[in-house]
Design a protein. Structure first.
Length: 149
């Protein structure tokens, strides 16, 4: 089967409320190189977002366009989502109603900045799970999810 991947690595965060990391971009680029060199995955089947390009909107948008809606991905092709960056916990009331007090989130580059709609939150685990369910419905369940948080 063929492989398609969305690879994300974030070292630098724009908000002073989020501490920068080291090594995540290197790890993401190394993982993409492994896919390319060892498994012969062509660049056209790899999407890489690092630092400034890994905003909340970009991560969700690339997940949808490069994976879920990608007409080149056939059912049961291998799909890889790789995330190296900061994770966090947010009060559920900040994101959506939940039985739990806190929800785990992925921290995009622009978390806690303001846009036209207010503060940009992290990406809740529930949102990621919904995206993965949508991906599995569209392309099959041959999905690998790697999170280095």
């Amino acid at each position: 089967t063929r492989m398609f991947a969305l690879v994300i690595g974030i070292d630098k965060y724009k908000s002073p409320k989020v501490d920068d990391l080291g090594g995540c971009v290197h790890d993401a680029k190394s993982f993409a190189a492994l896919l390319s060199e060892r498994f012969n995955v062509p660049d056209s089947q790899l999407s890489i977002l690092t630092d400034e390009s890994a905003t909340r909107e970009a991560i969700i948008s690339h997940f949808l366009t490069d994976l879920v809606q990608n007409p080149n991905i056939e059912r049961d092709d291998t799909i890889i989502f790789y995330y190296a960056g900061r994770g966090s916990r947010a009060e559920a009331s900040q994101l959506l109603s939940s039985q739990e007090n806190a929800m785990e989130t992925l921290c995009p580059h622009d978390e806690w900045l303001e846009d036209d709609h207010g503060l940009i939150p992290g990406i809740p685990g529930r949102t990621m799970n919904a995206l993965f369910r949508e991906l599995a419905r569209a392309k099959g369940d041959n999905i690998v999810r790697i999170s280095d948080i």
